[in-house]
Design a protein around this ligand. Structure first.
Ligand SMILES: [Zn+2]
Length: 348
């Protein structure tokens, strides 16, 4: 029976024990390292998750009230959320700061909160806060200008006109805003006929010759004859997209033939052949282009104040809120509608 077991005094027993111990140490060391690496990954994942997820409203309350971060740091954080378009978080931070922050900065924080509400589209809430600011501090033109924007968005033009009075008292220039609001009131007045609207718009235009695009865009739409009759040809460049898109039957060739820019524009369009070249690059290319090449003008609209580019015409820039700052820029593009028309004809 004893022949099956090794005696503990046997040297072979010591060697076996030695290798068993080495095996166990290696085994445990291997699994311990593997476990540690997994824990490291988890730790890193959890650490990175903090930056992907925004803190909840309750977490924000605790963090702001603990006072670990200064009010300025919270304002910077709220501003970065605002710039990212995360208005909800920005609003939560400003609202909490108003509860626990210093009273000396409350007007500034209220202004930022109202501005964020406006940008997020909560016009009523924004209006309420701006009115609160103005009740305590009537000489705040920045709040008055935002209130003007809110009334304009709400189509409450009579209230918007009322805001201009205190702005004027504060030595702010309101001529452009006042004209703009008068035009909006006319365009939105359903009691006026289109001819009455045109007459009133022309009266405003003759006063200071601003808002050429806004006024003539409407007149060309409803009465092209009156539009041609009252258009100052030297302003044609401002309306290049409207004029380019007019139908052949809506042209006034007497006026067009008297103005070099208009002759080149309609020669480029292919309606007339009065110009052989043009100093405007796009017109010149189109005038000299073979008729079989399908090309046309495309337009985009640049805000002269902030340089933002829009695909559609605008009267007030949605980014910097400037009025009448739109400038038309043209470029040459392929005329897909002509291609499409030719393809359709080929099936007939
Ligand atoms: Zn702008």
């Amino acid at each position: 029976m004893n022949t099956f077991f090794i005696e503990f005094r046997d040297p072979l027993f010591g060697v076996i024990v030695f290798f068993v111990i080495i095996f166990m140490i290696t085994f445990f060391s291997y699994w311990f390292n593997k476990f540690k690496k997994q824990e490291d990954h988890k730790h890193l994942d959890n650490f990175l998750k903090q930056f992907n997820a925004t803190p909840s409203q309750d977490e924000l309350k605790v963090l702001i009230s603990s006072g670990d971060l200064s009010e300025k740091s919270w304002l910077l954080l709220a501003n970065s959320y605002f710039k990212d378009g995360n208005y909800e978080k920005s609003i939560e931070i400003y609202s909490e700061l108003l509860k626990v922050g210093s009273k000396s900065n409350s007007r500034d924080t209220m202004f930022l909160l109202a501005k964020t509400y406006f940008k997020a589209g909560f016009l009523e809430r924004s209006k309420k806060i701006f009115l609160e600011i103005l009740q305590a501090n009537p000489r705040t033109p920045q709040a008055l200008r935002y209130l003007l924007l809110i009334y304009e968005h709400m189509k409450d033009y009579s209230s918007a006109l009322e805001v201009l009075e205190p702005l004027e008292v504060l030595q702010e220039s309101v001529t452009v805003e006042s004209t703009y609001l008068r035009i909006l009131i006319i365009l939105n007045n359903t009691e006026l006929t289109s001819i009455e609207r045109v007459e009133e718009l022309l009266t405003i235009y003759k006063e200071n010759h601003i808002f050429t695009y806004m006024i003539f865009e409407y007149i060309f739409r409803v009465d092209y004859k009156l539009a041609w009759k009252n258009l100052d040809s030297s302003k044609s460049e401002l309306l290049v997209d409207i004029l380019y898109n007019l139908g052949r039957e809506h042209l006034d060739l007497n006026i067009i033939n008297k103005n070099g820019y208009l002759r080149e524009l309609y020669s480029a369009k292919g309606y007339i052949q009065e110009a052989k070249s043009s100093s405007v690059f796009e017109f010149n290319v189109l005038i000299n282009l073979d008729n079989s090449v399908n090309a046309k003008l495309s337009f985009e609209y640049v805000c002269d104040s902030c340089k933002n580019v829009y695909p559609f015409a605008f009267h007030r820039c949605s980014s910097c809120h400037s009025i009448d700052s739109s400038r038309v820029e043209m470029s040459l593009v392929k005329n897909y509608s002509k291609d499409f028309g030719e393809e359709n004809n080929s099936f007939q």
